[in-house]
Design a protein around this ligand. Structure first.
Ligand code: GDP
Ligand code: MG
Length: 450
């Protein structure tokens, strides 16, 4: 999405005054870019309509730089769709604040319960998670595991209830009762926030909606968060509408935004429901969680500047400093050692930490895939192997004979085959570096797969 919009705007920027035809051509491009990004058709229509109207108005034609005005309008309208200002959680005047999670099965509710619990705990709250999903086998256990990781207590169905592969046995599953009891328990123990995890189905169905509505009525939530898989594309709209009617919600959580390379679902859901996007879930780990900032998302969609600076940063991590140092060494007649090799491999870690950020950026799938092919664990392994070598071995790998290989493998928890592979890869990198030293070019990432 960004790519397309960027070039559209680049064309526009070269114009001094904008004719109606210029604006229409731009709007057509924006429409195409949004549709390609899987933004729902009615949303695209409304969006481009508003932008066109504003672009044709006096606010643009009277401006010094009309093209920039159009870009600004697009940005503002994107922010507006995404909910405008960042919308914080509304806490109850009298605790506990009750947060109900609703959404389809697999959307990411249970995972989110843990993330939100951790987020709140880190901010001095004392949340309680309530396991009111009694539908799916293991749902209760899953919440307990998530809660334990987050350091947040979990209220689960009565101790008499046994969970088996066949579901819950003991008392009949009563999610409404569990929710009610969970709330009472929280009041007693003075938890200031209660997060109620509910069941979902694969598709929208009346029974599930009714159950969620019954839980809602039982606990009278301060916030109902609709958790939606950002990857479901056009389906997002119908699902969101069904939940809006069946249960109602006060905010949206975009889950799996790490996998959404096109950025379209965020726009559609936010636009159709008119509810603010409050949080984003960006991975399977507890810390893959963000407070959602509409303006930042809009800028990310529009502006490649962010991406470019990230890429530059990564390039700097390798090139500028290290390549210069390395080149100096090599030109000075010194050889490329295993220590040098390790430094290069470690540079990849910085790329790894950029991965998530890139995932947030629509249209960055390719870049992310490239980084994906570097395995963090591989870097760890290489590091362990090099660290298990003596300084003499690192400086002069030729002396690493069979018995040294076994020793290094033992020391680093790897196998002799791993050591052989490392040395082979190092040999290739060394050859390449020697060529570079002779030719004076800047190395890429020698020795890495992919
Ligand atoms: P629920 O059925 O709505 O409770 O969904 P879960 O929390 O059980 O999540 C379903 C699956 O999606 C699990 O395998 C999670 O690990 C995964 N998941 C949840 N949130 C995210 C996310 O933000 N990114 C990714 N990549 N996976 C997620
Ligand atoms: Mg769940």
């Amino acid at each position: 999405l960004s790519d397309r919009l960027t070039s559209t705007f680049r064309n526009l920027r070269t114009r001094g005054r904008l004719s109606e035809a210029d604006i229409d051509a731009t709007i057509r491009e924006i429409r195409r870019a949004l549709l390609d990004a899987d933004v729902a058709v009615p949303v695209v229509r409304a969006f481009t309509g508003t932008v066109r109207e504003r672009a044709l108005s006096a606010e643009v034609s009277g401006a010094l730089n009309p093209a920039q005005q159009v870009v600004k309008i697009v940005q503002e309208e994107l922010v507006a769709i995404l909910g405008g200002e960042q919308r914080p959680l509304r806490f109850a005047k009298r605790p506990p604040t009750v947060i109900l999670l609703a959404g389809l099965q697999g959307a990411g509710k249970t995972t989110l319960a843990g993330k939100l619990g951790l987020h709140l705990r880190e901010r001095g709250h004392t949340p309680l998670l309530v396991a009111a999903d009694l539908q799916r086998p293991n749902a209760v256990t899953q919440l307990q595991v998530v809660g334990e990781r987050a350091g947040v207590p979990v209220f689960a169905p009565h101790p008499g209830v046994q969970e088996t592969a066949a579901g819950l046995v003991g008392t009949p599953g009563d999610p409404v009762g569990v929710a009610r009891e969970g709330l009472a328990w929280a009041q007693e123990r003075q938890h200031d926030v209660v997060i109620v995890d509910t069941a979902g189905r694969l598709g929208v169905d009346a029974e599930m909606m009714q159950q969620a509505a019954d839980i809602r009525d039982a606990v009278d939530p301060d916030e109902i968060l609709f958790v939606v898989d950002a990857m479901i594309g056009q389906d997002a709209v119908t699902t969101a509408q069904a939940f809006a009617e069946g249960v109602g919600f006060t905010g949206v959580v975009l889950a799996k935004l790490d996998g959404d390379t096109r950025g379209g679902a965020a726009l559609s859901i936010a636009s159709v429901t008119g509810s603010p996007v409050m949080f984003a879930s960006t991975g399977e780990k507890l810390t893959d969680f963000e407070v959602f900032h509409p303006d930042r998302m809009a800028s990310r969609i529009l502006d490649m500047g962010d991406v470019l600076s990230l890429i530059e940063q990564a390039e700097r991590a390798f090139d500028a400093e290290q390549a210069a140092k390395m080149a100096e060494k090599l030109v000075g007649g010194e050889d490329f050692t295993l220590d040098d090799f390790l430094v290069q491999v470690q540079g990849l870690r910085q790329m790894g930490s950029m991965k998530k950020m890139l995932g947030m950026l629509p249209g960055m799938a390719q870049m992310r895939d490239a980084i994906d092919s570097f395995d963090e664990r591989e870097v760890d392994r290489i590091e362990a192997m090099v660290r298990s070598m003596t300084p003499a071995e690192r400086a002069n790998p030729k002396i690493i004979n069979g018995s040294r290989r076994s020793r290094i493998a033992r020391g680093s928890g790897t196998t002799v085959t791993d050591i052989n592979q490392l040395l082979e890869r190092f040999g290739q990198a060394q050859t390449m570096m020697r060529q570079v030293a002779r030719g004076g070019g800047v190395p890429g990432m020698p020795g890495m797969p992919g």
